[in-house]
Design a protein around this ligand. Structure first.
Ligand code: GRF
Length: 202
């Protein structure tokens, strides 16, 4: 499947997807990386890997609708079949999400449905959970609430601070996202009654 990745920042998850897709037999090909921030570190990483990049700078658009329309046009130029959000820090409009329904994945740095939104590691530490982790899910209009494709858990250790916990989760993210994209792109994971089922051993 042809996959475009949307980014806003350093792009370590994007890099994990690019590396996985370079392996023979991986069921997806990364055809483009699109950033809403012109100075995102992810852009240079993608270029070094030979992936076409584009910038749609949200600051140049008067509304979310106008930004999303341009994002849609830009994506269309790469004819992706799946869109992966990887540290993409803009809320997308309902219209955009509806057009990509069932074909757009996101990685969230928490075990959903716990800790939707921002500052997940700080909130996990404040709450005192002993397990934390990350989730790849299909994007639906309600933020961080779409069907869950795959999750990975990591322990919260005594003495963890936000940085140490974030690093442990990020390592898990880099393994999880390529696995989840492979499941979705290959059709081994599919939606049944609004939930993801996976054929064969996960
Ligand atoms: C990751 O923790 C991801 O889960 C969250 O934002 C962070 C992005 O990091 N949505 P990177 O840009 O992939 O390095």
């Amino acid at each position: 499947a042809r996959v475009a990745i949307l980014v806003s920042g350093r792009g370590s998850n994007m890099a994990a997807l690019i590396d996985a897709a370079a392996e023979p037999g991986y069921p997806a090909e990364i055809v483009a990386v699109v950033s809403n921030r012109p100075n995102a570190g992810a852009l240079a990483v993608a270029e070094r890997a030979g992936i076409p990049t584009a910038v749609v700078d949200h600051k140049l658009f008067p509304s979310r609708d106008a930004f999303d329309a341009e994002l849609d046009r830009t994506l269309a130029g790469f004819t992706p079949e799946i869109v992966c959000l990887a540290g993409f820090m803009r809320l997308l409009t309902g219209g955009f999400i509806a057009r990509w329904e069932g074909r757009m994945l996101n990685i969230h740095p928490a075990l959903l449905p716990s800790f939707k939104g921002l500052d997940t590691h700080r909130r996990a530490l404040e709450t005192g959970v002993r397990l934390h982790g990350c989730t790849v899910h299909l994007v639906t209009e309600e933020m961080d609430a779409g069907p869950i494709v795959a999750q990975a858990a990591v322990p919260v250790l005594d003495g963890d601070d936000e940085a140490s916990l974030a690093a442990r989760v990020l390592t898990a993210e880099h393994l999880l996202y390529p696995r989840a994209l492979a499941l979705w792109a290959s059709g081994r994971a599919r939606l049944v009654d609004g939930k993801v089922v996976v054929d064969g051993p996960d």
